[in-house]
Design a protein around this ligand. Structure first.
Ligand code: HEC
Ligand code: HEC
Length: 270
């Protein structure tokens, strides 16, 4: 009797959980995986740079700086997840859709969405890193006013939190440590020059917020989610944006603060 009750309780919990999952924006849009289609597309569109085995050694790879990503290492620049966690499926989908500014990585927004999702699965298949737990998305709090006082506080924070060591006082990527930096493959890497206004993942406020909190894997750029409050992070975003006069791009669909918060019920809100 007690066991029966227990079983019924388990089922109700399961049903509620499933309903919650289906209700998540983004989760429902994802079409069923089409492995064959993904492999075919990868072969015709991506392998020339990323290599047939995903090791970043495609036939034209050696001409590129930065080089195409070696997917077998499982390290990704664009993540909305906790420092140390792999990117979410949505992160990979966004990167494939938007490309990476200032690099050879094109935007594939012209491909149907179902094809881009199929490519997400191919990219993941090259690394064991995705076999673990689902990564935890960082919460993106509502964007505050990023003008005036926020810029001034951000300028102070930029020095206080050590951003200047790498990025330099004026954010030009010429701080005292800049020349010594290397990526995880030992290649020299320069800190982002903020006066260009063209960060790789986009210059929407939510993108910059997530870069600072999540960090950039494979590079010396740390993730500050545990070290800084959301308010301090927004001030830094305000300062970074004040350094370029480039108009700000709208956040891509899926990068809006509301959808991140909704998609991450378990996200840490620090
Ligand atoms: C013309 C060369 C080229 C082609 C074609 C190309 N990529 Fe890339 N891709 C790159 C380069 C270069 C980088 C690394 C940029 C960097 O380090 O900032 C990259 C990085 C990536 C990343 C890593 C993003 C991250 O967060 O680190 C993913 C995922 C990716 N590409 C997926 C694809 C997929 C899927 C295709 C095919 C639809 C594709 N790429 C086609 C050059 C290319
Ligand atoms: C140890 C050196 C180092 C420190 C400290 C550091 N950064 Fe970076 N940062 C980098 C490097 C290197 C890159 C470029 C990575 C790349 O090209 O993929 C970068 C890139 C960036 C970008 C560009 C992201 C993009 O999408 O292209 C932003 C914004 C940024 N850093 C902000 C900050 C802020 C704010 C701080 C302080 C809280 C900070 N960084 C501290 C090294 C550092």
């Amino acid at each position: 009797m007690a066991r029966e009750h227990h079983a019924r309780l388990c089922w109700s919990v399961l049903v509620v959980l499933c309903a919650a999952l289906l209700a998540q924006p983004g989760a429902a849009e994802r079409p069923a995986a089409d492995v064959e289609r993904g492999r075919q597309l990868y072969g015709s569109r991506c392998a020339v740079c990323h290599g047939a085995e995903g090791d970043g050694r495609g036939p034209v790879a050696s001409t590129m700086d930065p080089p195409p990503r070696d997917f077998t290492k499982g390290q990704f620049r664009v993540r909305s997840t906790r420092p140390g966690d792999p990117p979410s499926d949505e992160d990979l989908f966004q990167t494939i859709s938007r490309g990476l500014a200032g690099t050879a990585m094109p935007a594939w927004a012209g491909l149907p969405e179902a094809d881009r999702w199929a490519l997400v699965d191919v990219v993941k298949s090259f690394s064991r890193r995705f076999q673990g737990d689902r990564p935890v998305a960082l919460a993106v709090t509502e964007t505050p006013d990023l003008s005036g006082a926020a810029v001034t506080r951000g300028r102070t924070g930029f020095r206080r939190f050590g951003c200047v060591d790498c990025h330099g006082e004026g954010g030009r990527g010429d701080g005292p440590s800049a020349k010594k930096l290397v990526d995880t493959s030992g290649r020299p890497i320069r800190p982002f020059d903020m006066t260009t206004g063209r960060p790789k993942r986009g210059n929407a406020a939510a993108d910059l917020f997530l870069v600072v909190r999540s960090g950039i894997e494979g590079t010396p750029m740390p993730g500050y989610a545990a070290a800084l409050s959301a308010a301090d992070t927004w001030d830094l975003v305000a300062y970074v944006r004040s350094l370029s006069d480039r108009p700000t791009a709208a956040a891509a669909p899926g990068i809006s603060p509301a959808s991140y918060a909704a998609a991450a019920p378990s996200a840490k809100t620090n």
